[in-house]
Write a protein of this length. Structure first.
Length: 193
């Protein structure tokens, strides 16, 4: 499927690894430490695009036959990015604010070769039903959503019982817009069946 290129997924996320594996693409996983700080004047996909590119820029020694694939996901709600909660209190506040409302999940992907890079984003609108405090506390206690933007994983219990609908890509909300990724890989001539 991939011709003459080795894909290196620069992500420890088991969800991203699983989604990429589902496409049939063979890849290796390698990460480099990056301090994920973005300029305060950025908004929406400009934030996730900046961070995806920042993660790719940590790879300065790419061989001609390699493509580095990085991604960053944010939850955009009321003109601000909700990151990963630091503790149960932050997770509770995030979920209470999202409860009964809609928000956007934005995932940006960077494909970097030894000569160039390509950055693209996908946006999905997610609608939560009104969640009770008991449901929120149950989710936080049992699923520990501290490694997830917006304090939730759509593929977990809260997605099954709390999300009424989405408009856009489900995989994008999980953390990798595989449909768009395959289209972009086809466009640059390194993916075909």
């Amino acid at each position: 499927m991939i011709h003459n290129k080795k894909i290196i997924l620069a992500s420890q996320s088991p969800r991203r690894q699983e989604l990429l594996a589902q496409t049939g693409i063979t890849f290796e996983v390698e990460t480099r430490p990056v301090e994920e700080i973005f300029p305060s004047d950025l908004a929406r996909e400009k934030i996730s695009e900046y961070l995806a590119k920042l993660k790719a820029e940590a790879f300065t020694d790419i061989h001609a036959d390699e493509i580095i694939l990085t991604a960053d996901t944010i939850v955009w709600y009321q003109n601000q990015a909700l990151g990963k909660p630091k503790n149960a209190g932050e997770a509770r506040n995030m979920l209470q604010s999202l409860s009964g409302k809609s928000h956007e999940v934005i995932t940006s992907v960077c494909l970097k070769s030894n000569t160039d890079y390509l950055v693209f984003s996908d946006i999905t609108q997610v609608f939560f039903r009104k969640l009770s405090d008991k449901e929120i506390d149950y989710y936080i206690s049992n699923y520990q959503p501290f490694d997830k933007a917006g304090a939730y994983g759509i593929q977990e219990w809260i997605g099954a019982v709390g999300i009424e609908k989405i408009i856009g890509s489900y995989n994008n909300v999980v953390g990798l817009p595989t449909e768009k990724l395959i289209c972009e890989l086809k466009n640059i001539g390194i993916y075909e069946l």
